[in-house]
Write a protein that binds this ligand. Structure first.
Ligand code: CA
Length: 703
């Protein structure tokens, strides 16, 4: 069957693949504990999310290297079925590549030729997309003993047959009535599959679960924040530590909004100390005053937790941001390394979290070794090495006045994988500088199922940033918003080299034994650099923005470099800069090798649709009400290029059609749910009034 489908696939995208036949393995997904523990000595494969349990994303392969990378060319491409964001890291086992795509779909292909072996669609209800804070992305699958595991956006954990893609079991890991989602790649240790969830922006209580890989039965669960004390203990692995000391760090009635602390990305098995390191997210709501009456550290928000992988028992924690209030998560990638620091051999975990500091932590006990900023930040003076706590700049908590904070909730580094090369000793971080004006939302009210931050995101008020008009102040913010690939020395805690990007939200990095670093960028280029000094040696125009991390592997005796291209995620949904007004094309898996002969047809140019013109007139009260509701409910999904720009939507010109979409929810299956639970029909009409008025204002500015 595969050849017909394959031929159509290739014809459809204009990419040519050599008709090479590679030997199919007799056993699919043959990954076990011994192989995972020895993955560093298995350069041909990419067996788990960060290649090895240490998650350094360093491929020792050197067939593609400094001398010949100029001959790197497309081998083959697989077009995907959506223009939503692609954030997955593929897994390669014995010549077969397994990868997930947006909407939690999974494909298996011949890793040497691109020939499709199978595909799987969990058939998620499109309305569930409205619970995804940051697009319906998926960061990858795990493979273990003949099975492929994927977390679905609707909260299921699913086990597939690695040979056929048939479902073996699926289990619902969350209360599906609540706004939980899953975007995380599962991890497997000794026959247990670990999966967390997302949803802290919407209002949920975070936790990590361990399931039996064979049966799908729940083995243990660890809640990262306490529940309602009136409900008593959970009967979970976390009960003891909340009773001992962590429960006392909370105040107010945090449980009403769940408290947050979701485990939505980073999860690392540390074999040296037989512990699972868990990256914990931000609070729900974000604002510490709205969440916990402004008091207490709120464990284990914004923390790295070490747990026993068999039982979930607590071992230690390190909290990056006590009393977290900015959406500063500790969910960013953790990488394990053995470093020599001050003449001592140290077993460390390294993290470049959202808050902009690079942390080196002793993983024998969770004690901080060093922390220095890897980009501009203005919320802390430093991290105190004695206490491990930040010395904050008090105004950054935006209690009495708005504060222009950098990094903002998008982070100085977010979902984009970093890599660590033991050859150069450098960590390659796709960093970001994105300021945002935060103000205390004194009128905060809970919107169950929608965004709950307790923060008002302002066009910076006069005086906060230079500029006489709101436009000038917005332009200042846009000019300050950028990215930088940072090559960071984790021992000396300093940048060795860096490359500025005009835009933030670029791709993850891969370091290789060929002394190369690969990174895709938001503008669709895929680059190779000299890992020691950042000299650009090669690039390829993929014509779609890249946010995922690349991988490398060897199949049929040849080294390949692969990356998922497809713009989306937080910036794709909610970019405040509006820098990319055309919708992105469908995503692609792109695979390169030396002397590859594939090509891509150019993507047809799409002109941005003009802002909707109108003769209708509305009252000032209507427009003001509409603006409030627009920023409360609409911009979070309609400010970036991925979803329709409401200011140029023809639907806005038709009051009945507008009500049918926004109030009645006729596009619910595409993720545009009814907003009737939160705003009434008059408010929906007011949003239309604001949208049309703003569209007209922009038309006047452009003419
Ligand atoms: Ca968050």
């Amino acid at each position: 069957m595969g050849m017909v489908r394959f031929a159509r696939l290739i014809a459809g995208i204009g990419a040519l693949a050599l008709a090479a036949c590679s030997e199919a393995p007799t056993e699919f997904g043959a990954v076990d504990e011994a192989r995972l523990l020895d993955a560093a000595n298995d350069p041909d494969n990419w067996l788990s999310h960060g290649r090895t349990y240490a998650e350094d994303r360093f491929s020792p392969l050197a067939d593609i290297n400094l001398d010949n990378v100029g001959d790197l060319a497309l081998a083959f491409a697989v077009e995907l079925d959506t223009n939503r964001g692609q954030e997955a890291t593929p897994i390669v086992v014995d010549g077969v590549m397994y990868f997930s795509t947006a909407w939690s779909k999974v494909m298996a292909i011949d890793a040497a030729t691109g020939r499709e072996l199978w595909r799987y669609d969990p058939k998620v209800d499109g309305a569930k997309g409205a619970h995804a804070c940051c697009d319906v992305v998926n960061r990858g699958v795990a493979v273990w003993e003949g099975k492929v595991f994927v977390g679905a956006i609707d909260g299921r954990l699913i086990a597939l047959d690695a040979a056929t893609g048939d479902e073996i079991w699926d289990v619902v890991t969350v209360d599906q009535e609540q706004p939980y989602t899953i975007t995380q790649a599962p991890r497997v240790v000794r026959g247990k599959v670990y999966i967390g969830n997302s949803g802290a922006e919407m209002g949920v209580r975070g936790y990590l679960s361990a399931y039996d890989a064979q049966s799908g039965e729940l083995v243990w669960r660890f809640y990262t924040v306490p529940g309602n004390p009136a409900d008593g203990p959970d009967g979970a692995a976390s009960d003891e530590v909340f009773a001992q000391f962590a429960g006392e760090t909370w105040n107010g009635s945090w449980w009403e909004m769940g408290g947050g602390g979701t485990v939505w990305d980073s999860l690392v098995y540390d074999a040296d100390f037989d512990q699972l390191l868990v990256g914990v997210g931000n609070g729900s709501p974000w604002n510490h005053r709205a969440r916990s009456a402004g008091e207490g550290d709120n464990l284990f928000l914004s923390s790295i937790l070490a747990l026993d992988p068999d039982t979930g028992a607590y071992k230690w924690h390190y909290q990056l941001n006590p009393g977290e209030t900015w959406d500063y998560t500790a969910t960013q990638q953790m990488t394990l390394a053995d470093l020599e620091i001050d003449g001592r051999a140290r077993k460390v975990v390294m993290q470049a979290p959202k808050n902009g500091f690079f942390y080196v932590i002793d993983r024998s006990n969770g004690k901080l070794i060093s922390a220095e900023p890897y980009t501009y930040q203005n919320w802390a003076e430093r991290i105190d090495l004695e206490t491990g706590r930040p010395v904050e700049i008090p105004a950054a908590r935006f209690a009495d006045a708005p504060y222009l904070v950098t990094p903002s909730g998008l982070g100085a580094h977010a979902v984009h994988p970093m890599s660590y090369s033991p050859q150069t000793g450098l960590v390659y971080i796709p960093s970001m500088q994105v300021p945002s004006a935060y103000a205390d939302d004194v009128n905060y009210k809970r919107n169950i199922g929608r965004w709950n931050t307790g923060v008002t995101f302002l066009t910076p008020p006069a005086g906060l940033v230079p500029g006489d008009t709101p436009e000038a102040r917005r332009a200042y913010i846009t000019a300050q918003t950028k990215g930088r690939l940072v090559a960071w020395d984790p021992v000396a805690q300093r940048e060795v080299w860096g490359i500025d990007r005009d835009w933030p939200w670029n791709g993850g990095t891969l370091a290789t034994g060929g002394k190369l670093v690969f990174e895709g960028t938001a503008d669709g280029l895929f680059h190779a650099y000299d890992a020691s000094n950042g000299d650009e040696l090669w690039s390829f125009d993929t014509e779609r923005g890249i946010v995922a991390g690349p991988i490398s592997y060897r199949a049929n005796g040849e080294q390949f470099i692969a990356v998922m291209a497809g713009y989306g995620g937080s910036m794709g949904m909610a970019s405040e800069t509006g820098w990319m007004r055309r919708p992105p094309p469908n995503g692609m898996l792109l695979v390169f090798k030396l002397g590859g002969t594939g090509w891509l047809d150019p993507v047809p140019a799409v002109q941005p649709r003009p802002y909707t013109a109108t003769e209708e007139r509305f009252t000032q009260a209507q427009i003001a009400e509409g603006q409030t509701q627009f920023f409360a409910f609409c911009t979070i999904c309609h400010n970036g290029p991925t979803n329709p720009d409401l200011l140029s939507s023809p639907v806005a010109g038709d009051a009945d059609a507008w009500q049918a979409v926004v109030t009645e929810g006729i596009l619910s299956r595409r993720g545009m749910i009814s907003f009737a639970p939160w705003i009434d029909a008059d408010q929906v009409e007011a949003v239309r009034a604001y949208v049309l008025t703003e569209a007209e204002r922009r038309n006047e500015m452009e003419n």
